[in-house]
Each structure stands twice: as structure tokens, then as C-alpha cells.
Design a protein around this ligand. Structure first.
Ligand code: NAI
Length: 324
């Protein structure tokens, strides 16, 4: 029998966790023929709630689910882990300065990175969902010097999927007609959804829409969709975030044509090496590769640079705080 893949989920008792765990256990994360064990990491106060979710997972009798472990100790949670979904994070509270937010998250992602370094399986792949996702991923990576740097990624797939759906609605086409969508930069309001390489029925998307819509409606709608969901739902996006995490890991492991992911920069497109920034990517042989050779016009350049500058500022702030 095939050895189960160990998938560790942090923040397992949270709302994304609740939307995510059942899909992992049903085979959607890795494939319908891959058995999994789940390791749920929570803070002590939320372990009981995670146990409740585990009871429900039991009650689904998922054929692929070979075990569930629940712990508040990262060293246990990441022991032998093949996939780590870092969802639990410290949310920004009213009046919180960026430095406070980064510091609180440094206290979470530093130790988790070290636990991954010391205990995870050799093929560990990490996706950071918890915000500020790109910089949290950088913090975890910097505490895991023995793990290849490219195994630390952050999620911009939800932004990518939002961009696909906004464009599909505008052009009245199914999302499957849209190829080569790209999100650049930070998973934040500065992100840049780029339609200048996106193809719809063989035509460039930016040429199918007017510039005012692209600039004043499309870009801000995608970038601020998270806030719009909170406004409408009274809670932040959870099922769609879980869905995007599933898409990211599935494609990373199984390969994909053009999508978006935040991965460590190799210096491509002027993004400083080492920053975990969103790029157009493909996945081949279990590795993300940045799509090369795209022409970037002045409109895109300005927006990519602004988002990358924000990532540099976050990196400099966590450096100054001694978090990396
Ligand atoms: P939530 O508040 O419902 O759940 C977070 C869970 O993390 C809680 O159960 C909490 O106890 C746990 N947690 C906190 N610190 C922890 C630690 N040190 N170790 C383990 N668990 C810990 O939040 P929700 O809605 O599930 O969102 C989680 C994160 O995902 C947030 O940071 C949110 O901003 C982010 N997010 C990211 C998106 C993206 O596109 N990258 C999209 C949507 C949300």
C-alpha cells in the first residue's frame, strides 16, 4: 500500500481550516488516489475546537484519510510533514501598527519555520496563507536554512481566481476561455493583476476591454475583493481561500500551465532576489518556474514596482525587528 502523505494544517480550527480539511481528506489536494494523514496545529485554547473538526472528519469515513493528529506543538505537527499549509496567523487588529503585526507574526512563523527545518520530510512543500502571507513565508523560510528556499511559497491564487472570474463576467465567457492570467507582487491591496499577457480566445485581454475599466474597475475590484467579502459576509473569505490553497498545492505537485504563485524571486523582472513575490508561473516536475521573456510596458512596470517596493519595506521591517 502507498505510504500516506502527511499534510500539516496550522490554524486548523479557524474558518479557512474548516473549509480546507474536508477537501484535503477527500483527495482534492493531491489527487484522488493519494492517501493522506492530517496533522492539525492549533494554539492551546483552540485544540478542543480542532478535536471537534477531527470528529467530523472521522464521520465522513473518507477512504483516503489514514489518520488525524492534533497538537499545539509545532515540533510534533511538522514531524515528517510532506505538505504544510500555514493558515493560522495573527490578524491585524484595529489600531495595530504594521511593526506590531509583523512582530506578532514573526513570533508564529519563525518557530514554525524552525520546526519545519528540524522535523519535516525532505520533500516538504510549504504554502503560507496567513497574512501578511508573503512576508510570513519569508520569515518561515529564513528559519529553515536546511530546506531548499523554493519550497516556501505564499498564496496569490485566490487573487488569480478572482481576476479570472471578474474578467470572465466582463467578457461574458467561461473562465476556461481565459489563459495566462497573472498576479504580480504582494498579496495585498498593491497587488497587480495583469491583463496584458492574458489571452481570451487567442486575443490579448487588455485589448478586449477599455483602459478605464481595466484601471479603475478591474484592478481595484480584484485587489479589494477581500474587503468586499468581509463587508458582505461579515467574515473574511474562507471557502474561496481554502479552494485557492487546494489549487496551489495540487498544481505544484501535479504540474500546471500558466498560473500565479508567490515564490522566491531569482531576480526575474527586476524583483530583488529572495523576495517572495507573485509571478506568472508554470509547474514542472514538482517545481514552480517563472514564465520568462514577457514584455512589461510602463503601465505594468509602475504597478509591479509599487507592489515589490511594499514587499521590500516589509522585508526591511522584519529585518530591523530581528525577525529574520
Ligand atoms: P480564523 O481566525 O478563523 O482562524 C485562524 C486560526 O489560526 C485560529 O483558529 C487560531 O487559533 C489559529 N492560530 C493562531 N495562531 C496560531 C499558531 N501560532 N499556531 C497555530 N494556529 C494558530 O482565520 P481564517 O479566516 O481561517 O484566516 C486565516 C488567515 O488566512 C488570516 O491571516 C487571513 O488573513 C488569511 N487569509 C489569506 C488569504 C490569502 O489569499 N492569502 C485569503 C483569506 C484569508
Amino acid at each position: 500500500a502507498q505510504t500516506p502523505v502527511k499534510v500539516t494544517v496550522t490554524g486548523a480550527a479557524g474558518q479557512i481550516g474548516y473549509a480546507l480539511l474536508f477537501r484535503i481528506a477527500s483527495g482534492q489536494l493531491l489527487g484522488a488516489d493519494v492517501p493522506v494523514t492530517l496533522s492539525l496545529l492549533e494554539i492551546p485554547q483552540a485544540v478542543k475546537a480542532a478535536e471537534g473538526t477531527a470528529m467530523e472528519l472521522d464521520d465522513c469515513a473518507f477512504p483516503l484519510l489514514r489518520g488525524i493528529e492534533i497538537t499545539d506543538d509545532p515540533n510534533v505537527a511538522f514531524d515528517g510533514a510532506n505538505v504544510a499549509l500555514l493558515v493560522g496567523a495573527m490578524p491585524r487588529k484595529a489600531g495595530m501598527e504594521r511593526g506590531d503585526l509583523l512582530e506578532a507574526n514573526g513570533g508564529i512563523f519563525g518557530p514554525q519555520g524552525k520546526a519545519i527545518n528540524d522535523h519535516a520530510a525532505d520533500d516538504i512543500r510549504v504554502l503560507v496563507v496567513g497574512n501578511p502571507a508573503n512576508t510570513n513565508a519569508l520569515i518561515a523560510q529564513q528559519h529553515a536554512p536546511d530546506v531548499p528556499a523554493e519550497r516556501f511559497t505564499a498564496m496569490t491564487r485566490l487573487d488569480h481566481n478572482r481576476a479570472l472570474s471578474q474578467l470572465a463576467a466582463k467578457l461574458q465567457v467561461p473562465v476556461t476561455e481565459i489563459k495566462k492570467m497573472t498576479i504580480w507582487g504582494n498579496h495585498s491591496a498593491t497587488q497587480y493583476p495583469d491583463l496584458f499577457h492574458t489571452e481570451v480566445g487567442g486575443k490579448i485581454a487588455a485589448e478586449l476591454v477599455d483602459e478605464a475599466w481595466l484601471r479603475d474597475t478591474f484592478i481595484p475590484t480584484v485587489a479589494k475583493r477581500g474587503a468586499a467579502i468581509i463587508e458582505a459576509r461579515g467574515a473574511s473569505s474562507a471557502a474561496s481561500a481554502a479552494n485557492a490553497a487546494i489549487d496551489h498545492v495540487y498544481d505544484w505537485v501535479n504540474g500546471t500551465e500558466w498560473t500565479s504563485a508567490a515564490i522566491p524571486s531569482d531576480g526575474s523582472y527586476g524583483v530583488p532576489e529572495g523576495l517572495i513575490s507573485s509571478f506568472p508561473v508554470v509547474s514542472r516536475n514538482g517545481k514552480w518556474e517563472i514564465v520568462q521573456g514577457l514584455e512589461i510596458d510602463a503601465f505594468s512596470r509602475e504597478r509591479i514596482d509599487a507592489s515589490v517596493r511594499e514587499l521590500e519595506e516589509e522585508r526591511d521591517a522584519v529585518r530591523q525587528l530581528g525577525l529574520i
